[in-house]
Write a protein that binds this ligand. Structure first.
Ligand code: PEP
Ligand code: MN
Length: 352
């Protein structure tokens, strides 16, 4: 059920409706919009009576939500959500007119490697830095990440370069530590349906980057996001990172058609990972261009100062010069769409 408030409803009206919902044993999710506030109700087992709420002050109407996912749906909130990373002043917004570019190595491997990567990507215009300190690897014998030491290096990257840190949390217990250091909590493809992790990050104050599982349908993807929102964390950024198909010329098949499909159904921002999406360095820039053209709100790209020496995903990591070129190309395409690239000083285009 969705309660749509009148445009002139007061804060007090909204608070009373929320209290009423909570008194009935459900959860209220107030979603302020440009024109009016909507209040989503979750936790009810069966359908609710609209009359129960329509008589309350400030309520315009109470409408049932037809989709299985509710809080992520455009039925509940029509305007695009913007997720704020970092402080209100000097932070980055994901989901607006500006594209967010997240770049960095697959994993933190050493202080030198992380700082070198950060210097390159910052110089090229990125505002957000990616690197895993905890790596979910297919083999238990592969490099698993530097753990807390890696997180400390990431904190140094933030201090030195003013980059915001996007890093992966691999389970609910691990989240306690990662959220102390991260600006954005990454939930990896293999964990898209780790429901206890989704609930845990849903209780965090930090934004969440949720990667699509490698065999997840659109509905499963949105339901995973719904887990996070249903716990009260509305700052979710979706990420398409390729799905598994029979194609063997790439590591995964980057499903760019999911971008407009998500945009139709959900108000959440969605970015694209052309690195894991293709698994091959030579395909990263072309797919990055395509991702922006198709309407993605940003990119997450693997960049390594010396890809041939990388401990993970070197074959898909860009050389720093290639990342500079990616930024130039993406900025040009953004201009055609009336968008700009966060961090790039040169503004291209002015529509939207
Ligand atoms: C990563 O970002 O390095 C990663 C492990 O990604 P994914 O979860 O998409 O495989
Ligand atoms: Mn990787």
């Amino acid at each position: 059920m969705l309660i749509v408030m009148k445009p002139q409803a007061s804060e007090e009206d909204i608070r009373r409706v929320c209290q009423r919902i909570e008194a009935l044993g459900y959860r209220a999710h107030a979603m302020p919009g440009a024109q009016r506030t909507a209040i989503g109700i979750t936790g009810n087992k069966g359908p609710l009576e609209p009359e129960e709420f329509e008589s309350l002050a400030g309520v315009a109407e109470a409408i049932p939500v037809s989709k299985p996912y509710k809080l992520v749906s455009r039925e509940v909130k029509n305007e695009d959500s913007q997720v704020r990373v970092g402080p209100a002043e000097g932070g980055v917004t994901i989901g607006g007119r500006q594209l967010a570019i997240i770049a960095g190595p697959c994993a933190v491997e050493s202080r030198e490697q992380a700082l070198a990567a950060a210097e390159h990507v910052r110089k090229a215009g990125a505002r957000l830095f990616r690197a895993g300190a905890f790596k979910p690897r297919t083999s238990p014998y592969s490099f698993q990440g530097m753990g807390e030491e890696g997180l400390k290096i990431l904190a140094e990257v933030r201090r030195q370069f003013g980059l915001f840190i996007v890093t992966e949390t691999i389970d609910p217990e691990n989240c306690d530590l990662v959220e102390e250091y991260a600006d954005v909590l990454q939930v990896g493809a293999r964990n898209m349906q780790n429901f206890s992790l989704l609930k845990r990050v849903g209780r965090s104050k930090k934004p969440v980057l949720l990667k699509r599982g490698m065999s997840a349908t659109l509905e499963e993807f949105l339901m995973a996001a719904e887990y996070v929102l249903s716990e009260g964390n509305y700052n979710v950024i979706l990420c398409e990172r390729g799905v598994r198909t029979f194609a063997d010329h790439t590591r995964n098949t980057l499903d760019l058609s999911v971008i407009p499909a998500v945009k139709l159904l959900s108000h959440l921002p969605i970015i694209v990972d052309p690195s894991h999406g293709t698994g091959k360095r030579d395909k990263v820039i072309p797919l990055a261009r395509a991702a922006i053209a198709v309407g993605a709100d940003g990119l997450i790209v693997e960049v390594h100062p010396e890809p041939e020496r990388a401990l993970s995903d070197g074959y898909q990591s860009l050389y720093p010069e290639q990342f500079e070129s990616l930024m130039e190309q993406v900025t040009a395409i953004a201009g055609v769409l009336g968008r700009t690239v966060e961090g790039k000083r040169k503004e291209v285009g002015s529509r939207k």
